[in-house]
Design a protein around this ligand. Sequence first.
Ligand SMILES: *Cc1c(COP(=O)(O)O)cnc(C)c1O
Length: 558
Amino acid sequence: MDELEGFTRREKIAYFSMEIGLKNEISTYSGGLGILAGDVIRASCDLSIPLVGVTLVSKKGYFSQQLDEKGRQSESEKNWSPADHMTLMPEEVVVRIQNRDVRIKAWLYEHRSLTEERIPVILLDTDVEGNSPEDRKITDYLYGGDSRYRLKQEIVLGIGGVRMLDRLGFRISKYHMNEGHSSLLTLELLRRNEMDSGRVKDLCVFTTHTPVASGHDRFPYELVREVIEDEKQIEALKKYGGEDELNMTVLALNLSDYINGVAKRHREISEKMFPGYKFKSITNGVHSYTWVCPQFRELYDRHIPGWANEPELLVRVKNVPNDEIWQAHKDAKKELIDLVNRKTGVHMDYDTLTIGFARRMTEYKRPAFIFSDLERLRRVNRAGRIQLIFAGKAHPADIRGKQIIEELFAHMENLSDTIKIAFLEDYDMGLALKLVSGVDVWLNTPKRPFEASGTSGMKAAHNAVVNFSVPDGWWIEGCVPGVTGYSIGAGIDADRPPEEIEEIERDDLYNKLEYIIVPKYYKRRDEWVSIMKNSVELIAYYFNCHRMMRRYVTEAYL
Ligand SMILES: *Cc1c(COP(=O)(O)O)cnc(C)c1O
């Protein structure tokens, strides 16, 4: 076990996540949750936090997105080769699934930080000789297949993960479940601790990310019984994970001593959704160095040395002259516009106010919200030219999400005589960095209160891009109106009928664009650059993963 020398000496925090965005070429992530997990690994490494990541190898990835001229999405496998990035360990463990022994092997990925620290990530793989062809595929697809497939994956992740850490010689002081997918690990910990739930709770930390009841993984017990046949285990699941159906969130809630939401608002929502449980909140952050584009890295290096490992130093951004901020932004923007023009037939300009929207294409994110009133949007464009760039994948089973992409394409077509609009295919970490640094305004219009935190706006702020967003998730904490960016429909009484709320938000969106954002961008450039700098000074210095991980250490891990 030479590879693990040095990793197993100290006790570690085990960080379990169904997806971890390690790097762009490794398709083990689908979106916000996975990117956050990757940022946790990166920040912990910078800070020398003794942590080991555990996830599935997802060898066929999430998926690669193709769109035809009407915006109809098709998907293909995003195969990648673990051997190009990591080492196969000789150890194996076994879990019981559907009355069969399933053998699991592990890949060791080593993340290295700028500070020359290393952090191990264990990627579990059931593609082992001796397993049935069906079982060999359990760790192929991230969020693919039916609920039986998902449950099998969660057995591999939760139970297999704990066994593998043990087998590799890790000593674990805390098990951190990033979302409920890994909460079967509690079952393995119960077994090892004579079913003493108090001892298991002392070992477990749980972070929930989902403010909608339907978003939590749930399994009917008929299915659970077929996959996990052990009656004693079923009994424990019923006791801690729900009598009528197995709810992975409830299981984690009942067996973790520390439970948190990912923004202050999300904590309140979670306490309403799960009465009787006491939640804490640690607002998300992003890994600063990863999410700052090369132009701004260079600028910060010159004026704020040390910022990458101490992002709180970004609070000194006022030391950077306005014209240098503007120039770095123009350079980043040029790169994005060139990319858009290369990839699409839309001939965008360098000097036009550019609005970006990129995230998962799904109903609650309301990607088409800016097109709710085309006449108003045309009016905005007459006040000063705008152009729009979109990106995002719809989950293959999200029919509505796919429809929304087609709607965006229809609006693109309708407006093609007046407003330049582009949709970039196959949103991933690489494209995300280009977008959050290359546009002028980062738009976010989720339906409240469904955005648990959101992180892409924090990435934008790190690159002095101005946020324009519905006050939900992190933006409730990040927005100082007119100072760090702009809100859409702030202060609405949440008890109003949904149509009224939407009406007010729509009105506010167009008004702010037409009367505040567009004029400031074109006519009062100095004021605009102040808001750009405030985004760095008042958002990036705080909404970063270094701050977030220090809080997990002091509040949850120690
Ligand atoms: C940051 C990021 C996300 C999360 O974006 P939100 O706007 O917070 O939902 C999703 N996908 C990718 C590729 C990202 O980089």
